[in-house]
Design a protein around this ligand. Structure first.
Ligand code: HEC
Length: 125
């Protein structure tokens, strides 16, 4: 096979270059996620007297779907129980309602952040 050992085909090099650029972008995004991140535009939360959100009908599933892939075991704060979530209310508001720091590496709709804020403002019942 001597004579056939050329370098990588040019197209492959282009693809690898693009991957490298993507990886660099990803690293930047991860950095941004750790260091303050973007505001969501939500600056205050209130508990409407008509709020019907509870841990059973909202909070538990919200945490499972969006947070527990990391916060069940790997990451502090632990957010696996209603009591744990309640005790982290301020931090959760900062990380996932007022800013988009969490969920890290993915995103959730603003409307979902609104609901999370309302539920926490009501005391995470
Ligand atoms: C992909 C993994 C991952 C997911 C999903 C995730 N987190 Fe985190 N979370 C982390 C890591 C890692 C840290 C600690 C380092 C950091 O701040 O980036 C952290 C830190 C936090 C903190 C501490 C304050 C802070 O910003 O450092 C809070 C509060 C938090 N997460 C809440 C949440 C909530 C609420 C969700 C769901 C909406 C969520 N996280 C989803 C990985 C994750």
């Amino acid at each position: 096979m001597a004579g056939h050992r050329r370098g990588k085909p040019p197209l492959l090099n282009v693809a690898l270059g693009a991957l490298g650029a993507l990886a660099a972008l990803g690293a930047l995004a991860a950095l941004a996620a750790c260091s303050g991140t973007a505001s969501t535009g939500i600056t205050a939360v209130t508990c409407g007297s008509d709020s019907t959100l509870t841990y059973a009908n909202f909070g538990s599933a919200f945490m499972t779907d969006n947070c527990l892939s990391c916060h069940a075991a790997r990451e502090t704060p632990r957010l696996s129980t209603q009591a744990e979530v309640k005790s982290e209310t301020e931090q959760i508001l900062q990380a996932a309602v007022y800013s988009d720091a969490m969920p890290s590496g993915s995103s959730i709709a603003l409307a979902e952040r609104d609901l999370l804020g309302e539920w926490l403002a009501c005391g995470a019942p």
